[in-house]
Ligand binder design. Structure first.
Ligand SMILES: *Cc1c(COP(=O)(O)O)cnc(C)c1O
Length: 356
């Protein structure tokens, strides 16, 4: 820290993303990236858009927003696109919280929520999950503050149906509930529409945040979108235009529209992840690990044989990178991204060796 750094941020602990090592042949199961490439049409769309890089990107993401609106059965005015869902979450927290308006979130959830609070001087209200990492919606009813819930949650993978979150929206109509649906596209199809997006038509205090990073294999493109009542979206737009109007570059806008257009590829790749998730959970169970039921593209698992940090190291020594969170409630666990069937086979082989 230089002597010029503002003392107001001296205590800020930045978010720590998963490692992005450049090692060859590493099986990378630590940041919930999709093992499959983006839809085949994405590369051509990006190449086409490159011809116009001379120009600023479309401020309103018009074509992309129309494509998203059509897919999710809402209007373009209900959508805001962002530089990853991280930006949309940041805009929402900036818009709906301040020094006197805290943000509520779980004790075991996405690690970026407390960082934004610290950055903006927003008080944090931490709501502990139950011992089995389930979230009780009743704990959020009538809190009287903005709340953010990751659903499915990370790093646990646990998910609640939209109807279970509805009482929160009803109990506190004067505060916004942000539902972070980074992983919702991986929910089992048996649940039907797992997203809270349809509820945005019924509740003007609901903001749903989604991303192209995971289910659409575009983490590097930095594209997210949120869906909500037009007035909420206009609030976010006010903040966006005060911060970074050209937040989504033109290559990414083109890539996003091409990805949305390919329903078949999306169905095929998300189905492959679900199938590999089922296989992985069974495999881990057979090896004696405890595995939380996951609706995401990762599983949260632990073994009684060794701590999470040791298992992380043993897997890393065998070229497999997973995520370990050293906090007291998560230190025994590992979050393992679901990759291809071959990568999951390699994980099984490594675990058999380590646990033998
Ligand atoms: C990955 C992730 C995000 C961020 O996604 P980007 O769109 O890549 O910024 C947001 N929330 C949760 C819970 C995530 O796991």
């Amino acid at each position: 820290m230089s002597r010029y750094f503002t003392p107001a941020l001296a205590a800020l602990e930045p978010y720590v993303p998963g490692e992005q090592p450049k090692m060859q042949n590493l099986i990378k199961l630590n940041t919930n990236e999709n093992p499959y490439p983006p839809a085949p049409g994405v590369a051509a769309a990006v190449a086409g858009a490159a011809e116009n890089l001379r120009l600023y990107s479309d401020l309103g993401c018009t074509a992309l927003k129309s494509a998203i609106a059509e897919k999710y059965d809402v209007l373009p005015e209900n959508i805001l696109c962002g530089n990853g869902s991280d930006e949309n979450l940041m805009l929402a927290i900036r818009a709906f919280c301040d020094g006197g308006r805290p943000l509520a979130f779980a004790d075991v959830t996405y690690g970026f929520y407390p960082v934004w609070c610290d950055l903006f001087g927003i008080p944090k209200h931490v709501v502990p999950l139950a011992d089995d990492f389930t979230l009780d919606p009743a704990a959020y009813c009538g809190l009287g503050m903005t709340a953010v819930i990751a659903n499915p949650n990370a790093p646990t993978g646990r998910w609640l149906p939209p109807a279970a979150l509805e009482p929160i929206l009803q109990a506190d109509p004067d505060h916004v509930l942000i539902v972070d649906e980074a992983y919702v596209d991986f929910c089992d199809e048996a649940f039907g529409n797992a997203s809270c997006v349809p509820l945005t038509k019924k509740y003007d205090n609901l903001l749903v945040v989604q991303t192209f990073s995971k289910s659409r294999s575009m983490a590097g493109a930095r594209l997210g979108f949120c869906v909500g009542n037009a007035a909420l979206i206009a609030d976010l737009d006010r903040v966006k235009f005060s911060l970074n109007p050209y937040n989504v570059n033109s290559l990414t806008q083109a890539a996003g529209a091409a990805a949305i257009a390919d329903e078949a590829y999306f169905a095929q790749t998300t189905a492959a992840i679900r199938a590999a998730r089922r296989w992985t959970a069974d495999m881990l169970g057979d090896l004696g690990l405890a595995v939380l039921p996951s609706q995401a593209n990762f599983v949260f698992a632990k073994t009684p044989k060794m701590g999470g940090a040791d298992l992380y190291k043993a897997l890393r020594a065998r070229g497999i990178l997973v995520r370990h969170f050293a906090a007291p409630r998560t230190k025994d666990w590992l979050r393992i991204t679901i990759g291809t069937p071959e990568q999951m086979q390699a994980l099984a082989t490594a675990l058999r060796e380590i646990l033998a």
